[in-house]
Design a protein around this ligand. Sequence first.
Ligand code: KIV
Length: 283
Amino acid sequence: MTDRQKVSILDLKKKKSKGEPLKMMTAYDYPGAILVDESEVDIILVGDSLAMTVLGHPDTVSVTMDEMLHHCKAVARGAKRAFLVGDMPFMSYQADKSEAVRNAGRFMKEARMDAVKMEGGDEIATTVKAIVNAGISVMGHLGLTPQSATQLGGYRVQGKTAESAAKLLQDALSLQDQGCFAIVLEAVPTELAALVSRKLTIPTIGIGAGPDCDGQVLVLHDILGLFDGFAPKFLKQYANLRPKILAALEQYCGDVDARRFPAPEHCFDGNEPSLQAFLSEFK
Ligand code: KIV
């Protein structure tokens, strides 16, 4: 990267109008944020997927506001260039509009995010509007919305019928009308995602939504191969770090067992005379 200027919401809009793909990636902690920020990724999403990737939950439902803020703060300390989006966790915006505005405000004020992301369509439109009116940028999330996966009958492709496709398009237009600056489309047929992307003036960011979205997003731990056994069709793994990490740990254990570690170059000299005198008393 030559230009290390902070990415602004205007840069994201410009990319859509120029037909340049937007690149979004998750990060959940300080070292991860530094790495992603050093790449050419435009947007770092502190996704509630951290419930699974770093907290060991089976889904995103249990993650709390405080846990999300804790991780967002670490990411904000590491990332100086990318546009930062904090994911509002389940039940932080569904029950009460004022509570939703206050919680969105915490992502900005306490965790120094540039925007928040919320799952849902027309049913959250007035809440989106209230948050936007408070001066907070909102990214929408349609299609497979993991916080309501139980209601959807599991992690399934959405918008496969004319009726559900029409609803998704309507939801996308409604979120745009309420002031969303971008919308994630998750697990949606390629042709439907292409139509939605054409109809909207704001960028769509796809995950399992084909190549015609205005941008793409994936989960950092998935593309790096840090997990075994998670292989949805839309995932492309760019590195397989798990065996490399396991090999390093095995080598470390072998070195400690064989007393090869620590070697002299890892140790501190004890040749200070008073220390030598003290030690000689114990010989
Ligand atoms: O939580 C997350 O990581 C997400 C992305 C998959 C879009 O919502």
